[in-house]
Write a new protein. Sequence first.
Length: 273
Amino acid sequence: HSAPEAGPPPSPTPEMGPPNDDWEQDLPPESVHPIDADNDGRPDSIAGVCIMIDYSDASGAVSKRRVICKKVYEANEVVYLQGYCLLREEYRTFRTDRIQKLFIPPEWIRVADPVFFFQAYLPEPAKTGKSKWDSFLDGSERYVRLYETRNAANHGLRVLTFVARADGAFVSAERRVIEVYVQELAKLVGTRLNKGDCAEVAADVDKLFPTKRQVANSLAVILHYQEQSELFLNALKALVIADGVRSAREENAVTMLVEMLRRQKENQTRKAN
């Protein structure tokens, strides 16, 4: 992708974010759409907007960043954000699929799916004259339902994919379990997708290669929603026995997930008390 550009940072918005002490608050992610204040059918420019992210680099190390956005672009089917990093004090380019948490002004709401959020800011394709944001607004009810279902399923798919890949073989029976999970989730959140559309959402797992840290983050999100967490746990149980083989690696993956869930429930109990 393109190299970081030199020069001074763009003029930021007044909303530079809360103090670092407030960044750790445990907020559930929300489905947030880009702002279209002038109602012209396109999201307002992201240039100059200061966002806050938890970003995982290529080695898996996570750092908290404030970034003054410049532009969003796509290369090799990956969506990138380019902007001025206030931590590094220079222009940097970020893979949006490595953004673990995204907070946007002015209320500093946490966005559920950073990748899908930034896709709306991609420039219009030259051939069609339509961006993905235009497609979102062109009256396609199906596109809206797919978007909302992906937002709801993203974290569950990430964890289920982690378990399915644990033994090195992602078989058709496991994929079927994941499709059923998406179907049941679509019913739960009211998006009313048909089986073909659910299969399209479930096919996102082919692009997912989650790390343990990403899995832990996704589990924390899943636990915020009791009905969805029960549906997820049923899918997890079905996934483990789907291929008829319980490998040592799969056992280890499930044991790790159970331990993560136990710790997160204990943390929630302590916070509630």
